[in-house]
Structure formats: C-alpha cells, structure tokens
Design a protein around this ligand. Structure first.
Ligand code: AMP
Ligand code: TRP
Length: 333
C-alpha cells in the first residue's frame, strides 16, 4: 500500500492559523486518498534540540495528540504515534548521518536562523536535526510528505540522502515527494494583519488558540485590528485587517467573499465581528468538547498504542533491511 507521512513538533498550542491552513487539509486528505496508508507523528525528539521543560514537553505532546484526533483525524485511517516511542527513528538517523556531509547541513536555512538566535550554545542535535527528519521519512517509504513551505529544503536534503544511499547500497529507499498545500488559506495575525498568525508571537492578542474559552475567542475578534472605513469589503492589499477576518469567516462558513460582502452591505464592523466571534466559537466548541473527553482517556492511549505498534513494525523492518545492505551485524535471512 502506498503511504503518506508527516510529523508535527510539540512546541506550542495550536492556533486557528495552523488549524485552518493545515490540519483541516489533513482531515480532508484522509478521505480523498483512501488507498494510502497514513502515518502522523508528534516529533518530540525534534522538540528537544532546544531545551524544553519536562512537564511542558509531556503536556504539549499529549495535547497535540488529543487535538489532532479532536480536529477529525480518524484513528482507523491514520496511524498516530509519538516519535520517541519508536526507537528505529534515532537508530536510522545515525546511519543517515554517516551518509550526509557537514557542508550540506551547514547550508540549511532553518539551522542558520535558529543557531543565530540561540544564546546558550548550539546543540549537535540542532545541527543534525535534518538527518533525523530524513530518518523519520525514509523508514516508511512514503510517496508523499505534506509539509509547509519552510520544510521544503529539509525534504530536498532527504531526497539527496535517499538517492545517494540508493546508489551506494542498491536501492534501499523510496525517494519521497513533498506535498505543499496550494489552497490552505494563510491566516494573519489579529493585531498585525500583514504578518502570519504564529504560535511564537509574544502578543497574545495576535491569535486565537484552539483551546481558548468562548469569552477570549470573542474578545480577540472584537479587538482585531481593522481600519477606519467601516465597510465589509475584501481588499487584501489595501485593507489587510478586514480581509483577514473575512478569510477566517469564509474558510469556516464556506461562504465566498462576495456572499459575505452582500450579507453585510450597510452593516458595520461591530456586528460583523459579533457574528464572526460566534462562528469561530461554534467551529471550535465541538473540537474542545472532544478534546476534553480524550485528553485523559484510555481511548487516546489506545490510539497512540496502536499507532506505535504499527509504526514499530514498519520501521523496524526497514531498519534491519538497511543494516543488512550496509553490512552491519550478522546477516539476517
Ligand atoms: P508550524 O506549526 O508553524 O510549523 O506550521 C504547521 C503547518 O501549519 C504548516 O504547514 C504551516 O504552513 C501551517 N500554518 C502555520 N501557521 C499558519 C497560518 N497562520 N496560516 C496558515 N497556515 C499556517
Ligand atoms: N521538521 C518539521 C517541522 O518543524 C516536523 C517534522 C519532523 C516532520 N519530522 C518530519 C515533517 C517528517 C514531515 C516529515 O515542521
């Protein structure tokens, strides 16, 4: 069976930008591509390349797993697992490190940016991060890897390493293709609508997290930056604030911009924002309810157990095959 795989780092709470731009697409893909097997994992090994508090890491890992299911990932369609619970990832990363070059890792944009910002020293893990990511992928021979634009370079490197090892060791790996979402709307910050809504923004007013309570959701929409024109009209270039709010409205309600403009002709921001607050809340409410049900349930544990067992089976097999091709250990039959 053909496969699709992706990973998410547990580095912060999910916000409606990531949800509308990425998670919703994922949920759609699982139904649109019934003849693919899906693997989605929480990349906790990637999260410790920069120091993380123990409690916070545990909390975010569990939160992310529960949220993904609450957002509509179907456990019967998707193998959801925690990266560190499947040991082949770290082991394969070492084998790939012996087939990667310092020069090519030094060229990674994300490494250059993150190491520049690091005040307390740059870990070796941060440097070799892309080889762990390559291991995550190559262990499962996926045809496609859905990622955001910022991960394209890491995927290119993964392809290079795969091709290099295929030449040296007689075709071990499937060379994966990136799947960059074309339509996923870009949701901008509520306080600076010309920049992306981001989980690392220090300004809390800039975003709505999926787990925010009703009063906060509505307050954030009410205080979102618009302009002084007071009309509901989509014009991304000249009126980024109201256009961003209309994008959120449109993605959730499936109304086109024209339909929204028609509906709010002669009506001001106040009423539009009241409606939008309600629409966002109604979208998030069932997700939050399901999340609360799942968070400390046996159900979540059994979903993660099942995902881990299937991931273990596929990845261990691939790891042994790779070791055999390289000539490590005694020959297996
Ligand atoms: P991140 O959590 O920033 O690594 O992003 C995870 C995924 O969500 C990537 O595919 C991003 O492209 C997408 N994403 C993150 N923030 C936004 C946003 N504000 N609007 C749309 N998509 C987003
Ligand atoms: N590096 C990715 C990110 O920061 C997360 C990730 C880790 C990943 N391993 C992966 C994504 C494998 C796709 C495939 O977003």
């Amino acid at each position: 069976m053909k496969r699709i795989l992706s990973g998410i780092q547990p580095t912060g709470s999910l916000n409606i930008g990531t949800y509308l731009g990425s998670v919703k697409n994922f949920v759609k893909l699982q139904d649109e591509l019934p003849d693919y097997e899906f693997f989605i994992f929480i990349a906790d090994l990637h999260a410790i390349t920069v120091y993380k508090d123990k409690q916070e890491l545990r909390q975010l890992t569990k939160e992310l797993a529960a949220l993904y299911i609450a957002c509509g990932l179907k456990p019967e369609r998707v193998n959801l697992f925690i990266q560190s619970e499947v040991p082949a990832h770290s082991q394969m990363a070492y084998l790939l490190q012996c087939n990667s070059y310092i020069g090519e890792l030094e060229r990674m944009t994300q490494y250059k940016e993150k190491s520049r910002k690091q005040e307390t020293g740059v870990t070796v893990g941060l440097f070799t991060y892309p080889t762990l990511m390559a291991a995550d992928i190559l262990l499962y021979d996926p045809e496609y890897v859905p990622v955001g634009n910022d991960q394209k370079q890491h995927l290119e490197l993964t392809r290079d390493i795969a091709q290099r090892m295929n030449n040296k060791y007689n075709n071990i790996f499937t060379v994966p293709k990136p799947l960059i979402a074309e339509i996923g709307a870009k949701i901008n910050s509520l306080s600076d609508p010309t920049s992306k809504m981001s989980k690392s923004d220090n300004n809390l007013k800039a975003r709505i997290n999926l787990l925010d309570p009703e009063n906060i959701i509505k307050k954030r929409i009410r205080s979102a930056v618009t302009d002084s024109l007071g009309t509901i009209k989509y014009d991304l270039e000249n009126r980024p604030g109201i256009s961003n709010l209309m994008t959120i409205y449109s993605v959730i309600s499936n109304n086109s911009f024209e339909e929204i403009e028609e509906k709010y002709r002669g009506i001001g921001y106040k009423e539009f924002k009241e409606d939008l607050g309600e629409i966002v809340f109604q979208e998030l409410k069932p997700i939050q309810d399901r999340y609360n049900e799942l968070l400390n349930s046996k159900e979540l544990d059994s979903i993660l157990d099942k995902g881990r067992d299937r991931a273990f089976q596929v990845s261990q097999n691939k790891l042994f095959k790779t070791m055999d091709r390289i000539g490590l250990g005694r020959k297996r039959k």
